[in-house]
Ligand binder design. Structure first.
Ligand SMILES: [Zn+2]
Length: 344
């Protein structure tokens, strides 16, 4: 147990160190790059290439646009566009120069130099997020069909499975989280980043709650509320902290890793002691999920400007999600047949 503790501490330390550097990366500390960006934000051009969104009209002229496109939101978007275009083309120029000098890629503002596709900043992560979303949707719909159309219903209308409502909310939170992940990887601005991080924290906190409720067989409403209250309070506080105080990447990573490791451990132990008929699916997801988390630590630059460790991490959760929903369906079937037997 002590070895495990030591390992967990080393693991968290490594994680917090690896994210601490996000604020200032080697790329954006480079004076060539800095000069390029500040010149671009004034002139609106990098070399021959000029960006229309770098021409701001802040002199208060009435602009003939619908209300939601008027200042300041409209100006804000223009500013974001200008800044992101400048940063992107300055980065490309700088990386080209460095390639001639045989220097490897470095990070800019915490991110590797990715090639954009249709204006998406990290196209591979966007594609994998969308696939995760699709698999969650498929999993949830098939769970729904199994529960209400294939399995017997109590009094002909209510599902026997006691954890149905919990998994429905889990499905919704998963869809929400992958939706914002796809948006964030398409376009990284303050707003999309906060939405993505907040949704991920909420999903992680909620799935930890489900892990506790399911593995301890907590079916009684009052006990469920008692267990949920401190977790909900903590997650709410943390979400408010990262949104309205400061998005501390190191601290947020620790919170996420602790919640993730806790639920993996709970499922693993439960799979061992419960003799659940589909426990091999639990073990597979726990084991592969743990391995996949290593991809977040061994961060490598994108292959061909597209496929990096983070994108690969999002790719690994696609088959795991499929197996996960199949476990949830098995669990519903298993519990239902048990309950129907008892009712007879
Ligand atoms: Zn991501």
């Amino acid at each position: 147990m002590h070895m495990l503790d030591g390992y967990a501490v080393a693991f968290l330390l490594m994680l917090s160190l690896s994210v601490e550097v996000i604020d200032a990366s080697a790329g954006d500390a480079d004076p060539h790059y800095r000069i390029c960006v500040s010149q671009c934000e004034e002139s609106g051009c990098v070399g021959e290439r000029c960006f229309p969104n770098c021409k701001f009209s802040s002199d208060g002229e009435p602009i003939d646009r619908p209300w939601y496109m008027q200042e300041p939101l409209y100006l804000q978007w223009k500013e974001w566009d200008c800044q992101s275009d400048c940063r992107y083309y300055c980065m490309l120029d700088r990386e080209k120069e460095k390639e001639l000098l045989n220097q490897g890629p470095v990070k800019y503002h915490g991110k590797w130099p990715f090639s954009r596709i249709y204006g998406m900043q990290e196209p591979a992560s966007v594609a994998f997020s969308a696939l995760n979303l699709a698999i969650h949707f498929h999993g949830w719909v098939s769970f729904f069909i199994l529960l209400y159309y294939k399995l017997p219903l109590e009094d002909g209308k209510k599902a026997y499975y006691e954890y149905a409502g919990l998994w429905h909310i889990y499905g919704l939170l998963s869809l929400n989280s992958w939706f914002w992940s796809a948006i964030f990887h398409s376009r990284d601005v303050d707003l999309t980043e906060k939405l993505d991080y907040s949704s991920a924290v909420v999903l992680l906190g909620y799935s930890l709650l489900v892990a506790i409720l399911r593995s301890f067989n907590i079916r009684d409403e009052a006990t469920r509320v008692m267990v949920a209250a401190p977790l909900i309070a903590f997650v709410t506080t943390h979400v408010m902290f990262i949104n309205f105080y400061t998005l501390d990447y190191g601290w947020n990573m620790i919170v996420c890793v602790v919640m993730a490791v806790a639920q993996l451990a709970i499922w693993a132990v439960w799979a061992g002691v419960s003799r659940h008929p589909s426990r091999w699916k639990l073990w597979l997801v726990v084991f592969a999920g743990g391995l996949a988390m290593l991809l977040e630590i061994y961060d490598f630059p994108p292959y061909e400007g597209l496929l990096d460790a983070h994108a690969l991490w999002h790719a690994t959760t696609i088959p795991l999600t499929y197996i996960w929903w199949s476990f949830i369906r098995d669990d519903a079937e298993f519990r239902t047949s048990d309950l129907v037997k008892k009712a007879k």
